[in-house]
Design a protein around this ligand. Structure first.
Ligand SMILES: CCCCCCCCCCCCCCCC(=O)SCCNC(=O)CCNC(=O)[C@H](O)C(C)(C)COP(=O)(O)OP(=O)(O)OC[C@H]1O[C@@H](n2cnc3c(N)ncnc32)[C@H](O)[C@@H]1OP(=O)(O)O
Length: 145
């Protein structure tokens, strides 16, 4: 994976409650963190609080992390579709830079107020917060409700 262009933003300290029975970082904790990080990234890129995870390619748990390790999560948009955004993810040890996890493709879909895919209108990455929504959105109203 080309790491040159990945931005590493959020850092985490591996705590006792994040460990599995082997005493290393629990994969479920890692996936929860990366999913949240990726969702925020998708909101920032597509300028909409109403986005959903559509697809994740295979997850490679490259190496484990130990209690007390500092890790950092990196994401980069790789494709702007009409209603979707594809990104790649990498988690690494902040000190040694050893790779911990990679996901080649995470796809998010931008939704309209009706809960259906809607064009987001973007084709380029923003490195700023210019697309960040200013307000929370009401929940999607289902026509079946
Ligand atoms: C004060 C400030 C406030 C700021 C504001 C903050 C708000 C803070 C909000 C927090 C927000 C939390 C967000 C939580 C994030 C979840 O937890 S999401 C939960 C898990 N995900 C889900 O529940 C999604 C369930 N799936 C679905 O609802 C439907 O599949 C979807 C997403 C509506 C898509 O439906 P669909 O029929 O597949 O749609 P379709 O038009 O065929 O495809 C749409 C796009 O997806 C692509 N696609 C479809 N299938 C695939 C596939 N298998 N692989 C790759 N791409 C695919 C298509 O190519 C298309 O892309 P484009 O070519 O348009 O770019």
């Amino acid at each position: 994976m080309d790491l040159q262009n990945i931005n590493f933003n959020t850092r985490k300290w591996v705590r006792p409650e994040d460990l599995n029975a082997n005493g290393t970082l629990f994969g479920g904790s890692l996936l929860r963190w990366i999913d949240e990080e990726a969702t925020i990234y998708a909101i920032l890129q597509m300028g909409n609080g109403r986005v959903v995870t559509k697809f994740m390619s295979e997850i490679n748990f490259v190496s484990s992390a130990q209690q007390g390790d500092l890790i950092e999560m990196g994401l980069r948009a790789t494709k702007f579709g009409r209603t979707s955004l594809t990104m790649r993810a990498e988690v690494r040890n902040m000190v040694t830079r050893r790779s911990i996890l990679t996901i080649d493709r995470i796809v998010f879909v931008n939704l309209g107020a009706d809960g259906n895919p809607a064009p987001h209108g973007y084709t380029e990455i923003t490195y700023d917060r210019d697309r960040l929504p200013a307000e929370h959105l009401p929940p999607v109203v289902s026509v079946d409700a």
